[in-house]
Design a protein around this ligand. Structure first.
Ligand code: ADP
Ligand code: TRP
Length: 341
């Protein structure tokens, strides 16, 4: 009889410890990723070495790593079911990133949207930022990932991971590594308070774990059109309604749409509804987050035990890759067998 877990596909995603998560991260990545637990074998990690492309402050880095770990746990990650770990605990990721760097042309990386956008916004053009997609490809491929739940902004990065994994297989043997694919989530582009994509760098975020007063203030600050209170309003296309749809039940969403279309219901009222719906979902998580974020030892224990499990998978992949590329002694007549002590 086959063991079920062995048939499960692998889902993996990472979040950079650059700040506290916002509603876009939650709806676009964290919540959909957590919903995959059970059906998939899940590995979720804190991309601390990716954050080093922009965070050059040790105390901030440490705090953000704990904050992201606490966020995953507060949002419902069960460490007995999902492997939660720090990217930096598995240094094999750099080895694989180097292998990929030797298979990928500079020109492809120069065309990366994320790199071009970051430079356009004034980010320092460090080599880490340039190599970012290859480290991300290694993050994904190292753990035999089938699907990567992410927002739409990460789609090009996943394409690069697919591309480089396919090249490795073509060049060194089909089946050496798993070729991953993106799973663009049900909330691919959560709008921010100004209607553009919610993003830390645009200053238009609704923070996930801020106290209720600040949450309300951010919601009340969402830009809307300026019809009279009495005027019938089209819900579709408005940021308030789009966010409400992602958080409220389908029934409640229909009710709000009807009220807006009927007239006599202002955007201020709709924002009140959105705040209530957000608060109902977030309040229990916020409490958990506040309890957890300063429990450094508890968080480190969870991350250490996640790393131990992740390492086993990473080593398996690297043995196959080293054998395939010829960076290993050809023992046993060149057979792909490696002795472990
Ligand atoms: P930011 O763009 O604010 O810097 P990150 O790059 O840290 O956020 O994103 C972490 C995860 O959250 C990624 O999977 C990303 O695709 C997702 N994400 C971020 N912003 C949004 C958004 N507005 N809508 C949907 N998903 C998002
Ligand atoms: N680049 C992702 C972001 O900015 C973070 C990340 C790093 C990631 N490695 C990953 C996401 C691997 C998915 C899979 O949000």
């Amino acid at each position: 009889m086959q063991i079920m877990t062995e048939n499960k596909k692998t889902s993996l995603t990472g979040i950079k410890p650059t700040n506290l998560p916002h509603i876009g991260n939650y709806l676009g990545a964290i919540r959909p990723a957590l919903r995959m637990a059970g059906e998939y074998k899940t590995l979720y990690f804190i991309a601390d070495y990716h954050a080093l492309t922009s965070i050059h402050d040790a105390a901030k880095m440490r705090q953000h790593v704990h904050d992201v770990a606490a966020s995953w746990l507060a949002c419902g990650l069960d460490p007995n079911e999902t492997i939660l770990f720090r990217q930096s605990d598995i240094p094999e990721v750099f080895e694989l990133a180097w292998v990929f760097a030797c298979l990928f042309n500079v020109g492809h990386l120069e065309r990366s949207h994320a790199y071009k956008d970051a430079i356009a916004k004034g980010a320092e053009a460090n080599v880490g930022l340039f190599n970012y997609p290859l480290l991300m490809a290694a993050d994904i491929v190292l753990y035999g990932t089938d699907e990567v739940p992410v927002g739409k902004d990460q789609q090009q990065h996943i394409e690069i991971a697919r591309d480089v994994a396919t090249r490795l297989n073509h060049r060194f043997g089909e089946g050496t590594v798993v070729v991953p694919k993106a799973r663009i989530t049900e909330a691919p582009l959560v709008p921010g308070t100004d209607g553009q994509k919610m993003s830390k760098s645009l200053g238009n975020t609704i923070p996930l774990f801020d106290p209720p007063k600040r949450l309300r203030k951010a919601v009340m600050g969402i830009k809307t059109s300026s019809e009279d209170l009495e005027a019938p309003k089209e819900p579709k296309g408005s940021t308030v309604f789009e966010l409400y749809q992602l958080i409220a039940s389908p029934g409640d969403t229909d009710v709000l749409a009807e009220k807006l279309r009927a007239g006599g219901y202002g955007w201020g009222h709709a924002k009140g509804d959105l705040y209530e719906a957000l608060e109902a979902e977030i309040a229990p998580m916020r409490e958990k987050f506040e309890d957890l974020r300063n429990e450094a030892d508890v968080l480190d224990d969870i991350l250490d035990s996640g790393a131990a499990k992740a390492r086993v998978i990473a080593n398996r992949t690297m043995r196959r890759v080293r054998d395939a590329i010829g960076i290993s002694p050809a023992r046993h007549g060149g057979k792909k067998t490696v002795r472990i002590k």
